[in-house]
Design a protein around this ligand. Structure first.
Ligand SMILES: Nc1ncnc2c1ncn2[C@@H]1O[C@H](COP(=O)(O)OP(=O)(O)O)[C@@H](O)[C@H]1O
Ligand SMILES: [Mg+2]
Length: 263
């Protein structure tokens, strides 16, 4: 039995493609036979809504079967797992109450490691090959919890004029996390919402290539309206439109991730 790999999708910039990437990479991994657990760490519920209807997600948010309750009460996260409509793919939903998670963590002992502890029984059981965690666009104690629970972090960056804005803050934050959780490594940077006709695309790629020792994923994700259409139906894009360009791009990206992680 191989060890469960835990990967965070993080960037302090909103709209960079964290939730979309986590949701679709998870689907491609699961479709290839890997067992995957998604964890929605954001109060915006976007990852939960990628797989469940709004009514279902709000119901879980209300009845306490969500990540917020697990963290607040220090429970084993395995009791909060839902099966999605797809084989090998499970999800822990979020709650809008996650907006007060920083406050909840403040008084806890070893407050950077609450998620890691809550996740430990699931990791120890080896039920999943991959656990993918979606983060909010913040750099506080909660995102530190997410990163401390992970082996890797993938940073999606929007190929836009402001895509790299705030990137150095994220970098300094990752260094701080490594100070208390040295196993965390930066898996790489992924360009998202790419429009190859726009000059920002080339510009962003050049700037990223200049960053020493940081991997830029060979695959990138282009702008595609099927993505929003699939999200509107709470489906991953490959289930909504199997032949779409994005479905293929996420499949190639998932393979690239697995290659780097298995090394
Ligand atoms: N490749 C893409 N093509 C078109 N729209 C995209 C693409 N990736 C993401 N989006 C849209 O961009 C918005 C932000 O993406 P999201 O994954 O929610 O970012 P984040 O989680 O970093 O805030 C969403 O409305 C999503 O539908
Ligand atoms: Mg998001």
């Amino acid at each position: 039995m191989s060890k469960t790999k835990v990967i965070a999708f993080a960037n302090n910039k909103g709209g960079s493609g964290k939730s979309t990437t986590a949701a679709n990479v998870a689907y491609s991994m699961a479709a290839s036979g890997l067992r995957v657990l998604l964890i929605d760490g954001d109060m915006q519920l976007n990852l939960s809504l990628s797989y469940f209807s709004e009514d279902t997600v709000l119901e879980y948010a209300k009845n306490g079967k969500n990540l917020y309750t697990a963290i607040k009460e220090g429970r084993d996260l395995s009791d909060y797992i839902l099966h999605t409509a797809y084989e090998n793919l499970d999800l822990v939903p979020s709650s809008t109450l996650m907006s007060s998670i920083e406050f909840e963590l403040f008084t806890k002992w070893q407050r950077e490691f609450i998620l890691k502890k809550s996740l430990a029984p699931t990791v120890a059981r080896g039920t999943y090959d991959y656990i993918l965690i979606d983060s909010p666009p913040t750099l506080g104690c909660w995102v530190m919890n997410i990163l401390c629970a992970c082996d890797y972090v993938l940073v999606p960056i929007e190929a836009s004029p402001w895509g790299l804005f705030g990137f150095s803050n994220l970098f300094e934050f990752l260094e701080q996390v490594r100070g208390i959780s040295p196993q965390l490594s930066l898996l790489g940077i992924l360009l998202t919402k790419v429009d190859e006709r726009k000059r920002y695309f080339r510009q962003t790629i050049e700037e990223l290539r200049d960053l020493d020792g940081i991997r830029l994923f060979q695959n990138y994700i282009r702008i595609d309206s099927s993505i929003e259409q699939s999200q509107d139906r709470s489906q991953p894009v490959a289930a909504y439109k199997k032949a779409s360009r994005s479905a293929m791009e996420y499949e190639l990206l998932a393979k690239e991730i697995v290659t780097y992680v298995s090394r």
